[in-house]
Design a protein around this ligand. Structure first.
Ligand code: SF4
Ligand code: SF4
Length: 292
């Protein structure tokens, strides 16, 4: 994002709007300026503020006179009075910032908006995590901190030697040049994004090892790391993960329970359900999406 210095009147309305704190008033030029290294191209400032088209010269003159008379002339707080916020044309690798930070942009690698993944919320139909497996979502950058891919790579390369499998339909995995080593494309490493989610799965018995490695790396990176673990429940609604987490001394709670009401397309086409799947009758695809 850029700010047109011919239009900006330095009202500072856009400064608190930026979740990355990337906008500041430069006293040397008395204009708002974007720190492009910190800007993640989320477009929050551009979309979140109303735009008026007041004459910048007139607004500056009125503000000067008002200041001289010791009162203030400020536009409404959610308005850029002169339409000065100007999206720049983004090229690779800066487009990565936009894809991972603007919730209205679908990720090309997965076709999913936002962070580009449905995680395991649609496990009913995707079958990503099967019995005896544990699915991990390792999230970087939220709330309001952001993350550079250099730090994401510290985690991916630390986890890769363990018995894990990175999720293929995930935007972070799509940036890997080598999914065996967890190495990311070198040209994205310095790019900063609002947040990113790494997904992988392992066998249930390896959960403590993965958690231990995630905790160790989380202490070395310059961002916030959150972790979720998903598994399939048995017929009684119990899971194998909770006892492991308790034993290992982790504080946790069951955040979401997917009831298993989805219908796997391949089984629907065959008109039958596998024994034990207990799939309900047809639901429209639009109803399958689990609440986010
Ligand atoms: S809201 Fe618009 S005019 Fe005010 S400081 Fe920001 S860019 Fe400049
Ligand atoms: S695009 Fe997002 S990160 Fe960049 S200046 Fe605007 S609000 Fe801040």
């Amino acid at each position: 994002m850029q700010i047109d210095d011919k239009k900006c009147v330095a009202c500072a309305n856009c400064v608190p709007v930026c979740p990355m704190g990337a906008i500041y008033i430069d006293p040397a030029v008395n204009r708002a300026t974007v720190n492009l290294d910190e800007c993640v191209e989320c477009f929050t400032c551009y979309r979140g503020m109303s735009k008026e088209h007041m004459n910048p010269t007139l607004v500056r003159a009125v503000r000067r006179v008002a200041k001289w008379l010791r009162f203030r002339f400020d536009p409404e707080p959610d308005v850029c009075p002169t339409d000065a916020l100007t999206p720049q044309e983004l090229t690779w690798p800066r487009t990565v910032r936009w894809a991972f930070s603007d919730p209205l942009v679908p990720h090309e690698s997965t076709g999913v908006h936002g962070r580009g993944t449905e995680e395991v919320k649609t496990n009913d139909v995707t079958d990503r995590v099967r019995e005896g497996e544990a699915g991990f979502t390792i999230e970087f950058g939220r709330p309001g901190v952001g993350v550079r891919f250099r730090d994401v790579q510290k985690m991916t390369t630390a986890l890769a030697p363990l018995p894990v499998e990175f999720e293929a339909k995930n935007p972070v995995s799509s940036l890997m040049t080598d999914r065996v080593t967890g190495t990311l494309q070198p040209d994205v490493l310095d790019e900063k994004v609002m947040s990113a989610i790494l997904e992988l799965k392992t066998r249930v018995q390896h959960v403590p090892t993965v958690l231990e490695r995630v905790e160790a790396v989380a202490r070395q990176v310059d961002t916030i790391v959150s972790i979720g673990v998903a598994t399939r429940c048995d017929a009684q609604g119990d899971d194998q993960i909770a006892p492991i987490l308790e034993r290992e001394g982790h504080v946790f709670f069951r955040g979401k329970t997917n009831l298993g009401l989805g219908r796997r397309p391949q089984l629907a086409a065959a008109g039958s359900a596998a024994a034990g799947d207990r799939l309900l009758p047809s639901r429209e695809p639009s109803e399958r999406r689990a609440p986010r």
